[in-house]
Design a protein around this ligand. Structure first.
Ligand SMILES: Cc1cc2nc3c(=O)[nH]c(=O)nc-3n(C[C@H](O)[C@H](O)[C@H](O)COP(=O)(O)OP(=O)(O)OC[C@H]3O[C@@H](n4cnc5c(N)ncnc54)[C@H](O)[C@@H]3O)c2cc1C
Ligand code: FES
Ligand code: FES
Length: 1295
């Protein structure tokens, strides 16, 4: 039974089960994947397919069966093999993506019990994971493939023992994940489709709500009648475009699939899904002569990369066309193919219209009359002398909207190379589909040769108009892509003509590389450490089964309690302005709205000092960024609060100055205090004696955390003594408790924070969650009712911000042999409008600036820029990835200038003595770093591959490869000593069971699992007898944040100490009764004053503290070392790149749990791939973040993981400073992905050298497709020169 409010609501909000997760609400992450089954009456079969529940309107599921993750297995009954295998293969870290992954795989197996690896890759293409790096997920799922299918991963798969692979990887892999005792897949156990749904009568349905009406027509005639009655009502089919902008007035929805065939080509019903279209095209290509299906092949090329499987299952071809969005891929190809649309209305019957540029009258608008509906699309067969191609280039290789797409078709006079007709269409170069008609016309009658190519490029340059301020930015890149795509088309056709013995100009062999499609074989293989190594066991994540079944509870899974309210933030729309007035009256008058909060409602302090800088909960007089919280609406429901928040009117008076970029902050000298400096040696003097001096800079963009679970909490007032309980997604519950106390003006002992687990955090849930908690707590206290706050993805990205952008300006003095004698680096970070943790982050950047290099004279300055942007905050690595990256840039550029291989320059400058001092005078031994480096180069076969790459590059003009290796030294622990402590409480109950509580937070890294392993070892009881429930400020007070890679070190030591204390108490009794069982010992051991519970605080190891005045101090407990080598291939014409292979050797000391540690290494590395190559934040000129969801902001997907990804743990590594000689591992691996950046730089340099250009050139991070393409300067980029600064208004800015 649906309430009126639920009519438009997606399935996600209806299921009310914990397994279907909200990650983005826009079809972009896959966390909400469920399986829908429908009876197909036409073919008398049941169809099973995945959908994104967040886009699936509940009304459209009439007659369908929906299976969620809860429906396939549970820990209480029996797990489904898919759930079991992802868990056992360590494919679930924070677990927030896990149910979605499970449902994608489950649905695949329902349709195909013996899938191929390609099937798995396709099925998971629409599911994002921010934690694992995907490898373990694939490892678990590939066990469902037949052996023959599993090995169809392309060449060199080490699994099938072919050459080029890694001998022994299978053996190693089995150590992490045993296939013994796993449940077999038994399709007979699957849920059956409810038979009653096969018999349902198809009648018209009408759902009437207070704001909208949904009508499901019974047949076409009914649909046409309805369209006449409600001409403005959109036809909802897949809902993947409409769903995003839902909440319109009248909606009609169609639920039939039409797919018919006619003799002149394929005619697709307009409501045919993109998955069915793909299947239909594949069938046609399989069954018909290749000549007739060239167009279909081109369509398939596009469909392979278009969205994820779930979206393709929902989205329709008609919807794709009529959404009239130039970024959608199909129109350019379908138009090039001269497709015809059959449209129909009640009044005028059927008419055929050509799909061309005239169909599109504006963005989102078509020439269809309001009462018309699209019936079908006729896609003609190709003619004998016709050649077709489709092109697209996106931010990410798959599951991303294209930046530019194109469809091209040429018809030749039979047996010749004379052009008879030419069709070229582009999407993404204007608000509508663009036909370059003039260009095409002028090329008709010409021979397909070099003259035509030159003229075509010139004509395209003239005809494709894109203003310098065009929407979407990337103007030069987009222009370049238009000619580059044509060049690819030209080459492809030329080759085909040659194959047909048509007399065309000769093609240099190396030019053919323009045509190679970047294949992406899936061969994710781990080279984990062998069982002979003296390390801990690869125990499965303690909660993995619960995560895989959807039973694991995150804060928003806690059922609503009686009277619960919802709070929604009202944020600033101005970057710098005085608040003149806040008028919530309209919002307060709306149904369900309970109250509005602003600064005046805060009972305690609204303003508090953070590192001596003020932070406000609610902006009081002024706002200093877009996204700053001004107020909050509290209402009975999520939806009511959301709508009402939009109705709060804030009047502003704009203030000056207003600026956003680091460059502008430097001009305004706008910096936070204090500024930091570190120095060793005499830098200025050293510059006087060196052979060469180089001055340069590198810019590094920021990064959004994109944890899969957005921030939020539930605040519950207890009604007695002002007590309050918070169920909160915080990495630092003690800080949250403190801030809530300050805000409410009550003592911490009345506030209890509970944290069960987080769906990822990566540093983003330390600080801002405390402010959100304080606001929610204020709402709870004001209303006296429980209040829930769940940030929507867009608000989360806007309000909470992420990793700091950095600019590193450097002067380096070196000798001609590559020895660096002096470096002077100034780091600028964009801190945003308040200091937050920016100072500590800058300090970490400076403390890491030497990496593994002994540069005798080294100076670093760190300035945090104050700008009018949301305040940047902690993110995995905490400044380390930026500090290290600038130094690696220095090394790279020196190598280029010296004409030496970068790895040689790195080796020349490395720390080598047994006892070394960092630039902040901390003693360490680089031995293990050098071992990692040597082993890494060796295992990667660096030197041989370097030669092979050089060979590849000379024989390929448009594809280039690069390889790069870097070493790493990374400090573990907090440089403020007082944070380096852990606490634990261990209770032993009379039945022998043990409850461990500690101050760390489980966010996927496996801290609970490691704590259990430690407790189990000391207490000598199985892990299954020990339980960890939650992190709670009531059990373990004043705990440090789980951060700085230090969580396990601190907590592990505390758990160990607590358990040892208990064992010491038990020992005499145990010795007296050696035959007793554990339970007997525990029951009988009750001497007064010796309870079986103990809380300990541990702060051990070397003291850390930095003396910034004197540039010295032990800043870290110890250093974790590593080395990484990566190879990439770039497409010089599009900027596309693929990660070919990565080898990592990592020193984690004596790993407590290799499976978890390898998971952290792989996950961190893949997050680094995002940081250095894909993830790009875009801000408008007004300082508004425009990339606010997975559609605009791309984190790495499965397609970005190197097909050969080998992680090795350094053998015989030791660490006297941490628990059982292990090492912290959370943060360091992020930086290792800089190898991908430098490998790209090498590949670009190879392209430039060939064109006689210098191989020293600027490349900012991330190395996006746009930046790679524009750095590969050539005749095409010359046609799209950059406009002069100041002569135009750019669409976005680099902050
Ligand atoms: C996460 C995500 C990723 C995506 N990635 C890509 C991508 O990479 N490339 C790409 O090309 N697209 C992509 N898309 C867009 C997707 O392909 C389109 O949203 C989809 O094809 C629209 O089809 P639909 O059935 O869902 O349309 P709906 O949302 O149901 O409708 C869209 C519009 O078409 C109209 N309409 C639909 N059918 C008819 C009809 N028969 N007669 C009259 N009007 C009709 C509707 O009234 C509405 O105006 C993506 C979408 C999402 C959500
Ligand atoms: S929540 Fe549905 S796809 Fe992200
Ligand atoms: S385990 Fe995939 S998002 Fe955390």
């Amino acid at each position: 039974m649906l309430s009126q409010n639920h009519l438009h609501v997606s399935l996600l909000y209806i299921v009310l089960l914990t397994g279907t997760k909200y990650g983005c609400g826009g079809g972009g992450c896959g966390a909400c994947t469920v399986m829908v089954s429908k009876y197909d009456q036409l073919n008398n079969r049941v169809l099973h397919y995945t959908v994104n529940a967040c886009l699936q309107p509940i009304c459209t599921l009439h007659g369908a069966a929906v299976v969620t993750v809860e429906g396939i297995g549970s820990t209480k009954t029996k797990l489904h093999p898919v759930q079991e295998r992802i868990a056992k293969a360590h494919g679930s870290q924070c677990g927030f993506c896990t149910p979605g992954m499970v449902m994608s795989m489950y649905t695949l197996l329902r349709n195909k019990p013996h899938p191929t690896m390609e099937d798995i890759r396709e099925a998971l293409g629409g599911n994002l994971c921010r934690c694992t790096g995907y490898r373990p997920i694939i490892d678990g799922f590939k066990t469902f493939c037949d052996v023959s299918n599993a090995s169809e991963n392309g060449e060199g798969c080490c699994q099938n023992g072919e050459s080029g692979g890694n001998p022994g990887c299978r053996e190693n892999e089995m150590e992490l994940f045993h296939m013994d005792n796993v449940l077999p897949l038994d399709p007979s156990q699957d849920l059956i489709f409810p038979p009653e749904l096969m018999k349902r009568a198809c009648g018209s349905l009408c759902f009437q709500g207070d704001r909208l009406k949904l009508i499901s027509p019974v047949d076409l005639t009914n649909l046409l009648e309805l369209k006449t009655e409600y001409p403005e009502a959109p036809v909802v089919v897949g809902n993947t475009t409409i769903g995003i902008n839902l909440l319109l007035c009248h909606l009609l929805f169609v639920i039939y699939l039409l797919c018919v065939h006619v003799h002149a080509g394929v005619s697709m019903g307009a409501v045919c899904t993109l998955s069915s279209l793909k299947e239909e095209m594949e069938r046609a290509v399989r069954e018909m002569e290749a000549e007739r299906t060239r167009g279909y092949q081109a369509l398939l090329q596009t469909l392979q990369c278009l969205a994820g499987k779930q979206i393709r299952n929902m989205a329709t071809i008609g919807g794709n066309i009529l959404s009239a969005n130039p970024k959608y891929d199909l129109n350019s190809v379908l138009a090039a193919l001269d497709c015809t649309l059959q449209v129909m209305s009640k009044e005028n019957g059927t008419r055929a219209i050509t799909l061309n540029e005239e169909l599109f009258t504006g963005f989102g608008k078509t020439a269809l009359r309001p009462d018309e509906v699209l019936l079908s699309i006729d896609i003609p067969y190709s003619k004998p002398w016709e050649f077709v191609s489709a092109f697209r280039q996106a931010q990410r290789r798959e599951f991303a909207f294209s930046i530019v797409n194109a469809g091209m078709k040429v018809l030749f006079r039979e047996g010749t190379n004379i052009v008879e007709s030419l069709n070229i269409y582009y999407g993404g170069v204007g608000p509508t589909l663009v036909k370059v008609g003039r260009t095409c016309q002028k090329l008709v009658g010409r021979s397909w040769g070099e003259d035509l190519l030159a003229d075509a490029c010139r004509l395209l340059e003239e005809e494709v108009e894109l203003s310098d301020s065009a929407h979407g930015g990337k103007v030069e890149y987009r222009k370049t892509l238009t000619t580059s795509f044509f060049f690819k088309f030209y080459m492809q056709v030329l080759q085909e003509l040659r194959e047909r013995d048509v007399n065309v100009c000769l093609l240099p062999l190396e030019y053919l590389s323009a045509l190679n499609v970047c294949l992406f074989p899936l061969q994710l293989v781990s080279n984990a450490q062998s069982s002979q190594d003296p390390v801990g066991h690869p125990m499965m994540h303690q909660a993995a089964f619960h995560q895989a079944t959807g039973e694991a509870q995150y804060y928003d899974d806690i059922p609503a309690v009686q009277g619960e309210l919802f709070v929604f933030m009202v944020t600033s729309t101005r970057a710098h302005a005085k608040i003149i007035n806040i008028d919530p009256s309209e919002a307060l008058g709306m149904t369900g709205v309970v109250t509005f909060l602003s600064a005046g409602d805060v009972p305690g302090q609204n303003r508090r000092m953070l590192f001596n800088n003020p932070e406000e909960l609610f902006a009081e007089e002024e706002v200093s960024c877009v996204g700053q919280i001004i107020g909050a609406v509290v209402a009975e429901s999520r939806e009511q609060a959301r709508r009402a928040a939009q109705m709060v009117k804030v009047t502003y008076q704009d203030l000056l100055p207003v600026f956003f970029t680091i460059e502008e902050a430097i001009q305004h000298q706008s910096f936070f205090d204090p500024k930091r400096k570190l120095e060793r040696g005499d830098v200025d003097k050293a510059f006087e004696t060196v052979d060469q001096i180089l001055e340069d800079e590198i810019y590094l963009g920021g990064q959004e955390h994109f944890y899969m679970e957005t921030q939020g909490l539930i605040a519950v007032p207890k009604g007695e003594n002002g007590e309050l309980e918070l169920f909160v997604a915080s990495q630092h519950s003690a800080y949250t408790q403190e801030v809530v106390g300050i805000t409410l003006g009550i003592d911490s002992n009345k506030i209890t924070c509970h944290v069960r687990r987080l769906g990822g955090a990566f540093g983003g849930k330390v600080m801002k969650i405390a402010s959100l908690s304080a606001i929610t707590a204020t709402a709870a206290v004001k209303t006296g009712r429980p209040v829930r706050c769940v940030l929507e993805r867009g608000d989360d990205m806007l309000i909470t911000s992420g990793r700091h952008p950095f600019l590193g300006k450097y002067k380096v003095g070196y000798n001609n042999d590559g020895t660096i004698m002096a470096a002077d680096i100034t780091y600028y970070s964009n801190g945003g409008c308040t200091l937050n943790e920016s100072l500590a982050i800058m300090e970490k950047a400076l403390l890491h600036m030497d990496n593994g290099y002994k540069i005798p004279n080294l100076r670093g300055r760190g300035l945090v820029c104050k700008t009018y942007l949301p305040s940047y905050t902690a993110f995995r690595g905490f400044g380390g990835p930026q500090g290290l990256m600038v130094m690696e840039s220095v090394l790279h550029e020196v190598a280029v200038k010296c004409g030496l291989p970068p790895q040689k320059v790195r080796e020349i400058n490395m720390y080598r003595e047994e006892e070394c001092y960092t630039h902040h005078k901390q003693l360490f031994s680089p031995r293990d770093m050098l071992r990692c480096w040597d082993e890494c180069l060796d295992k990667a076969g660096y030197h041989d591959r370097l030669q092979a790459i050089q060979q590849f590059n000379t024989s390929n003009r448009w594809k280039k490869r690069g390889i790069s290796a870097v070493p790493m030294k990374f400090g573990v622990g907090f440089s403020k000593g007082f944070f380096n402590q852990g606490a634990a409480l261990v209770n032993i109950y009379k039945d022998g069971s043990v409850l461990v509580a500690h101050g760390g937070t489980e966010m996927g890294q496996g801290i609970n699992t490691k704590a259990l392993q430690i407790a189990s070892r000391i207490l000598k009881v199985p892990m299954s007898s020990i339980h960890i429930k939650e992190t709670c400020t009531g059990n373990v007070p004043n705990a440090a944040p789980s951060a700085a890679s230090f969580g396990t070190d601190a907590v592990g030591m505390a758990v160990k100490d607590a358990c040892e204390k208990l064992m010491r108490r038990l020992k005499p009794f145990m010795e007296n009764h050696p035959k007793y069982t554990w339970q007997q010992w525990v029951i009988n051991q009750h001497p007064p004053g010796y309870p079986n519970a103990v809380t300990v605080w541990v702060s051990r190891g070397p003291h850390t503290d930095m003396d910034w005045e004197n540039s010295e101090g032990p800043a870290y407990y110890y250093f974790t070392f590593g080395a990484c080598c990566s190879e990439v291939e770039i497409d010089c014409l599009t900027g596309d790149h693929k990660n070919l292979r990565t080898d990592i050797v990592m020193d984690v000391g004596r790993s407590l749990n290799p499976a978890l540690d390898i998971g952290q290494i792989e996950g961190g590395f893949v997050q680094g791939i995002g940081l250095y190559t894909i993830e790009e934040l875009q801000f408008s000129l007004e300082g508004v973040l425009m990339t606010r969801g997975p559609s605009q902001y791309k984190i790495p997907a499965l397609c970005d993981v190197p097909p050969q990804f080998n992680v090795h743990l350094l053998a015989n590594a030791q660490n006297p400073h941490a628990i059982y000689r292990s090492k912290g591992i959370g943060e360091p691996p992020v930086f290792l992905a800089s190898t991908i950046f430098f490998a790209i730089k090498e590949a670009v340099a190879a392209a430039r050298r060939e064109r006689g250009l210098g191989d020293s050139f600027p490349l900012s991070s991330p190395a996006t497709a746009e930046r790679i393409r524009m750095a590969c300067e050539d005749q095409f980029t010359e046609m799209a020169p950059s406009p002069k600064k100041g002569t135009f208004k750019p669409w976005s800015i680099n902050i």
